[in-house]
Design a binder for this molecule. Sequence first.
Ligand code: PRT
Ligand code: MG
Length: 215
Amino acid sequence: MTMITLALSKGRIFDETMPLLAAAGIEVLEDPETSRKLILPTNKPEVRVVMVRATDVPTYVQHGGADIGVTGKDTLIEHGGQGLFRPLDLKIAKCRVSVAVRSDFDYEHAVTQGSRLKVATKYTAIAREFFASKGVHVDLIKLYGSMELAPLTGMADAIVDLVSTGNTLKANNLVEVERIMDISSHLVVNQAALKLKQEPLRHIIDAFASAIRQD
Ligand code: PRT
Ligand code: MG
């Protein structure tokens, strides 16, 4: 029996992947929110799900800890995507990467004056590339959580973060001043696994492809 290991993260990626798995005839038998298990069985003995941190999904698939995984385009860009085959945009967990500032900060003025901007973000690769393409000089401050706090405490002029409804920015008196890119989650596959386990992986990829919402 060829075992297929799928890497997912808790929360929106797990929740939004479930209907796609159902289309492939796969049902996860335990709820990651309540189970303490890190390896979850499915109704198919040859398919199991490993629960990892969202930012670790590309790493698990790259190094063969999982054959296949679902990860945000944001995470994929920051990881670099080495060793990963990326066959499908799953069009789930949609959001955007944006620049936001305090509502009393004049971003346009700072940019046109050629000021150096202090930018706090978890997304340093995306932010570096974006501001370089605009010709704006930035000092990047790497954070791992709650970027919204950085401008409020005076640590940064701006943040680069994910925005979905915009409610988090609004609640913290921040405004979106640039949209950098649209984000959705993608299927990633280990390149060696794709050759060695071609048949079962193709079955999953094809089932996902026909179940993707066309909007
Ligand atoms: O939480 P952890 O640090 O372990 O990892 P993570 O935050 O990367 O994981 P998770 O599960 O929160 O996000 C996984 C993926 O979901 C991300 O990599 C994105 O591709 C995608 N996604 C889609 C989002 C959002 N929408 C989203 N709104 N990820 C995070 N958010 C956060 C955002 O960072 C901000 O704090 O929600 C807040 C904004 O939401 P709104 O609706 O208030 O604008
Ligand atoms: Mg999170």
